[in-house]
Design a protein around this ligand. Structure first.
Ligand SMILES: NC(=O)c1ccc[n+]([C@@H]2O[C@H](COP(=O)([O-])OP(=O)(O)OC[C@H]3O[C@@H](n4cnc5c(N)ncnc54)[C@H](OP(=O)(O)O)[C@@H]3O)[C@@H](O)[C@H]2O)c1
Length: 278
């Protein structure tokens, strides 16, 4: 293994809050993202070769990335991007697959649409902004001002500070064809996001359910990320042709993993954190 990366769900799994949805047998070696070099193949495996540099997301109930060696089903493995260091590629699998699921599979973002991304500066949000802008949508990115320059560089037409949910969509140029939410809000605040979607539009959330509005034909969908090697290969190709940029806020050694979890619990992680192993 060259690296894994920290995802907020690692913390949720460790705390046991997702025990019903993600059955977990202890002890667990955390880490859902893998970036490393193939050292051995199982019997009859045809596909990756020993020596290949690869990336993968393992299923949410499998784990194992935060270790010197990891075992992964060959069908989940994809050639690593060539344009970034192998360890940095650990930032891509889970966040990229969640972003792709939100923007491409669930929202089906198209050219000419207006899209609001809430939590746009984060690991998943930053990738959604780029996928949406690349599709030809006009993107309004919502996050703190420290992310503004980077989000503009990703193609966001407009970057605004945290939403004043009582001010409503007009205050930020809405309503929008698509709203993608990555901010864990209280149930009542999540419900306020429905008003940001135009009639016939869709809200997709990775951070708690947002209600639909059948009267206005506003649909809703929740992200539940899963491994998919073909989708990951598409994301790798986008990284290599410069259409998708990875933002790594910090790189920490494996020994720091307990402190990384602690920092996440205390809201102190600066963003996507790669856990460097090799
Ligand atoms: N269901 C799934 O399959 C799935 C998959 C992946 C992720 N997720 C969830 O999706 C969420 C995002 O994940 P991530 O890895 O992208 O996390 P992240 O990197 O921590 O990103 C969260 C972003 O939201 C911003 N933010 C916080 N409060 C905000 C507010 N009130 N308004 C606007 N922006 C705000 C943060 O800004 P600061 O930097 O200023 O704090 C940060 O940039 C998490 O809740 C995670 O659990 C779910």
């Amino acid at each position: 293994m060259a690296a894994t990366s920290f995802n907020p769900v690692d913390d949720h799994i460790r705390l046991g809050v997702l025990a019903e949805m993600i059955p977990t047998e202890l002890p667990v070696t955390p880490g859902l993202d893998l970036a490393g070099t193939v050292v051995e193949l199982g019997p009859g495996v045809d596909g990756p070769r020993v020596g290949d540099e690869v990336v993968a997301m393992v299923p949410l109930d499998v784990h194992g990335g935060a270790a010197e060696y990891a075992v992964v089903a060959a069908g989940l493995v994809t050639a690593a991007p060539r344009s970034v260091p192998l360890a940095d590629a650990a930032a891509l699998p889970l966040a990229g697959l969640a972003a792709r699921q939100a923007a491409v599979e669930l929202a089906g973002i198209e050219a000419g649409q207006t899209v609001l991304v809430n939590g746009a500066g984060g690991a998943v949000g930053g990738l959604v902004v780029q996928l949406a802008a690349d599709a030809g949508a006009t993107v309004t990115a919502v996050d703190g001002p420290q992310h503004a320059e980077r989000l503009t560089g990703y193609g966001a037409a407009r970057v605004v500070g945290p939403l004043d949910l009582d001010a409503g969509p007009a205050a930020v140029g809405g309503p929008f064809d698509v709203v993608v939410n990555h901010v864990r809000l209280a149930t009542g605040d999540l419900a306020k996001l429905t008003a940001y979607v135009a009639d016939g539009g869709i809200v997709v959330s990775s951070a708690g359910p947002v209600p639909a509005d059948e009267g206005r034909s506003v649909r809703t969908a929740g992200v539940w990320v899963a491994p998919d090697a073909a989708h990951l290969a598409d994301l790798v190709a986008r990284v290599d042709d410069g259409r998708l940029r990875l933002h790594i806020a910090d790189r920490r050694p494996l020994e720091d993993l307990p402190a990384v979890h602690q920092d996440a619990s205390n809201g102190k992680l600066p963003g996507k954190t790669v856990i460097v192993i090799g």
